[in-house]
Design a protein around this ligand. Structure first.
Ligand code: MV4
Length: 447
């Protein structure tokens, strides 16, 4: 096994990775910016290295500095967590060249899935159902109009280098195509330095369903079931559930098996997520994430599989020890993201945490990286913790979430906890009647 893992991240995910390493007897190295010197991930690691000034571009995204930290400490592997360098194929490549293991997929797999056109072509070849659209890049306006006529309006223009909602433009009819195409193109050029775009039929009220997978790079691969991540605002998920309760067991296992087979065929290594839109009983692949995700704990709860442990094992070169027939699903899990933000406007609310009392008890897991007296810096994203609840079915899970929210105290800064206390009383949430637009409509109503 690895002897020392450097964790190129901060916050709750750095702690999550540290805990997995400690259980495996692996030494840990925390890296941090100046302001993070007293952060929890630094306190809990065996060693720590300051890698630069506060802006992420100069610290958590600073590849030369992180490489130097590996060299100084003798780390033999790097876990990137999510965000930051986690889906940077160049970083994975550079580590490989330095004989340091990247705890994640190959640089090639990261690059393929980072290019949404390549990702979609790959998905189609693997037999994964996709949204009807252009066969790859569209170059000219007349070509775009031709394709759009075939697939039918409304049509979305998407950036090849996009993802997470950036660089998307809607054309409701042909008269809007020229404008949608040119604005999508120029926004993509400005944001990613790449103006390649493609077209897809626009789905009006889908749910966002994703499949968690793990592969070992040797042709073994499994899925850990479905998640419904439809409750989001501006492409930031706020509440996630496993399993996706709108599906029958057969629908879930069929799409899960399609994804697991894709992992085997690709010889994909590490954890990943296939993202789908789901509408009128059909699945449409949109993207694949090649990293551990924020919401991975709900899949861990329903399967009893430690995803970070498996990531580390397969990155070392071990064969996946879990077969699909070993994976069973128990009950229901919900995660809510506790952000230091105003619960109505989502304006960041950094500052001193005066009181901190996490929820506990049966069926409750809290992944957080804060403590009473901790000062949340203004430089990074505002996620301060995640409340994960588990129960034998969705009603029990909701009951437990209501109880856990009652217990949870964070004061001194604004948090999204009051939003969840409102949501848990909403009939549509209780009945599970929501799509990707539900939360934004709810927030608009109560402005
Ligand atoms: C779509 C779509 C409707 N139709 N594609 C947004 C982020 C990116 N991952 C894909 N996104 C969407 N693609 C087609 N053909 C609607 C969205 C979308 C969305 C998707 C998932 C979760 C939240 C969303 C919020 C707005 C739009």
């Amino acid at each position: 096994m690895f002897s020392k893992v450097l964790i190129a991240n901060r916050g709750e995910i750095a702690l999550r990775i540290l805990r997995a390493c400690k259980e495996l007897g692996i030494q840990t190295v925390a890296v941090h910016s100046v302001v993070d010197a007293d952060a929890m991930h630094v306190k809990l690691a065996d060693e720590s290295v300051c890698i630069g000034p506060n802006p992420a571009s100069e610290s958590y995204l600073n590849i030369p500095s992180i490489l130097a930290a590996c060299e100084i400490t003798g780390a033999d592997a790097v876990h990137p967590g999510y965000g930051f360098l986690s889906e940077n194929s160049r970083f994975a490549q550079i580590l490989e060249e330095h004989k340091i293991a990247f705890i994640g997929p190959s640089a090639d797999h990261i690059a393929i899935m980072g290019d949404k056109i390549e990702a979609k072509k790959t998905a189609l070849k693997l037999g994964i159902p996709c949204v009807p659209g252009s066969k790859g890049e569209v170059k000219t306006e007349s070509e775009a109009k031709e394709v759009a006529k075939e697939i039918g309006y409304p049509v979305l223009v998407k950036a090849a280098s996009g993802g997470g909602g950036r660089g998307m433009k809607l054309a409701k009819d042909e008269s809007e195509m020229g404008m949608a195409l040119s604005t999508a193109r120029s926004e993509a050029k400005a944001a990613f330095g790449d103006d390649a775009v493609y077209l897809e039929k626009y789905l009006g009220k889908p749910r966002h369903i994703e499949i968690q997978v793990i592969g070992d790079g040797k042709g073994n691969g499994i899925h850990l079931g479905t998640r419904d991540c439809s409750l989001q605002r501006r492409h930031q998920k706020v509440w996630e559930e496993a399993v996706a309760f709108c599906l029958t067991d057969k629908q879930a296992s069929d799409i899960g098996e399609i994804c697991a087979k894709a992992v085997r065929d690709l010889k994909y290594s590490g954890a990943g997520t296939f993202e789908f839109l789901y509408e009128n009983d059909e699945f449409y692949f949109i993207e694949m994430n090649t990293r551990i995700q924020v919401e991975h704990p709900i899949s861990e709860r329903i399967t009893n599989i430690d995803i970070v442990y498996e990531q580390i094992r397969v990155a070392f070169g071990d064969t996946l020890a879990i077969k699909q027939s070993d994976v069973s699903f128990w009950g229901h899990a919900i995660e809510v993201r506790i952000n230091a933000e105003d619960p109505q406007t989502f304006m960041p609310s950094p500052g001193l945490i005066e009181h901190y009392h996490p929820a506990g008890g049966v069926g409750v897991r809290v992944d957080a990286a804060v403590y009473q007296g901790y000062r949340i810096p203004p430089y990074y994203d505002s996620l301060i913790g995640k409340l994960i609840v588990h129960g034998k079915n969705r009603p029990e899970c909701l009951m437990r979430l209501r109880r856990a929210l009652d217990e949870f105290v964070v004061s001194g800064v604004k948090t999204t906890l009051p939003l969840f206390q409102r949501l848990i009383e909403e009939p549509d949430i209780i009945s599970g009647n929501y799509d990707i637009h539900w939360l934004e409509k709810f927030l608009a109503k109560t402005e």
